[in-house]
Design a protein around this ligand. Sequence first.
Ligand code: C2E
Ligand code: CA
Ligand code: CA
Length: 575
Amino acid sequence: MSLDSETVKIPTKNEKYNNILVVDDDRTVRMALVDAFTRENYEVEEANNGMQALNICKRHMPDLVLMDAVMPELDGFDACQMIRELPHGSDIPVLMITALDDEQSIVRAFSSGATDYVSKPINFSVIKQRVARLIKASKAEKDVKKLAYHDPLTSLPNRTYLKQQLAVTVNRAATENQRFAILFLDLDRFKMINDTLGHDAGDLLLKAVAERIRHCVRENDFVARLGGDEFTVVLENIASLDGASNVAEKICRSVARPFGFMQQKMFVTTSIGISIFPDDGEDVSALIKHADSAMFRAKEKRNDFCFYERGMEAEIAKRMKLEQELRKAIESDQLVLHYQPKIDFKTGELVGAEALVRWEHPLKGLVPPDVFISLAEESGLINPLTDWVLENVAVQIKRWLDLGHSLVLAVNLSVKDLVQEDLHIKLEDLIKRNGLPKNVLELEITESTLMDHQELMIKELNKNKKMGITVAVDDFGSGYSSLNYLKKLPVDVLKIDRSFISDIESDPSDSAIVAGIIALAKNLGMSTVAEGVETEPQRYILEQLGCDSFQGYLVSKPVPPELFAEQFLTPEKVI
Ligand code: C2E
Ligand code: CA
Ligand code: CA
């Protein structure tokens, strides 16, 4: 194929200059080439051997290299090969100048990675055409590559590009005996943001996150988006693990800062897994897999990073097994509900109970919720779990009401239950099917959940309110409720967090906080429940402070329904 058959437009003064590097040890030829290309409005740099050329390329990659094949110190063939190894060096055109009719040199030129060759003596009009054409082709190729190798939303390199880049990085690090780190990032709870605020907001957030990540790393560190809410950062040539952890920490902190757009503040955090070459793997797929495993561990805390350790896969497998078992447990009724009584301070009578789930594991015995609720939340099993709890609580309350008892049963909801669009429909159906009267079901929602999704909560909870379902703010005092917001919420009960109760006898600031919460609730027309009351002095202080009711080991641990009925629903308590 001849590259010279068609005339190519050469850049005029107004166009952006192309930058070419002329490498020749023959001063006369070099000067002639520099002169010819400068006249054509190229920006020309020169080098008189391969070594000099390589150093220039390391500092700044030109748009094209015009290289004499035979030179002292480092010849054109070796220099070409070495330029190809440099970052961005694989893409630029290298035009080799060979001696006339030298078959062997032409073969060598191509095998050392040259894009094309011209032979001596140099025909200046031919070489000008060829250079212009090669630069144009290389720019076109770059455009295509940009499309094929970049994520259109964030403009970051994509998965394909990352894999290619990592293969080069592994090679380089192995030959130069250097370590590099792969950071595998996954945003926490991104799906929920997308589902609740819409895809446009989700896209904006991803773009903003991409920008923040880029700002946390050096210019030549590689940042890619793998798809969805997953990003990867490659940190080359790190001296110690601290280098990687510093960057990871910086990214966590930067991403966690609020994002403001569409008249809204958004919050998102990221979890990061890190693997190190060659310590954690010597090939691309092992390194990516291990960084992913470490990310899984970081997810347990969220907004955190974690280095890969041997044995992590086993732990993940164990978690997966637990997840499968839990799925089965929900389907095959291995879950049970225990009930903890809620007692009124004034009358000393039972006013209700909180339903708390447990797992009757065939081998492990009774498993407490702390072990599996977070797993259920992460794996999406929380929705069927809550459905199961709601169905069982509805049947239970109906049975007790029919026996003539009067009480309210409270159910704990997770944030994932509340972002379901059909929650109120589900609840309405539940109430109808079981023939439940108003105000016998209470939903407990943690303060942090309410705070994180303000607009949504106001909307959702009002729908439930209409059905006569009351709402309690669980673990109140542990989050940062704004009073203004609290006023807008249809909340009936504040459950004072256990952490304020346990030291209420000895810590004056705790009793001051509790007194404050009670005063606040009274002002807003809400009632208060103290959680985790274990001693008589605690009960006494709370009563003095004007708290309405309490739960805690002082009266009873959560117990199975039969025992609960036996102890707290005696015939004389029937009204
Ligand atoms: P929570 O909603 O704050 O429930 C209160 C926890 O405190 C219960 O732990 C209860 O057994 C314990 N507790 C009650 N009185 C005392 C006391 O006097 N002293 C002490 N030290 N602890 C007391 P449990 O049953 O292990 O539940 C732990 C958490 O698991 C619950 O915290 C709740 O967040 C979650 N959970 C339990 N059941 C469900 C459920 O059905 N759905 C959801 N989404 N979460 C649940
Ligand atoms: Ca609760
Ligand atoms: Ca609680």
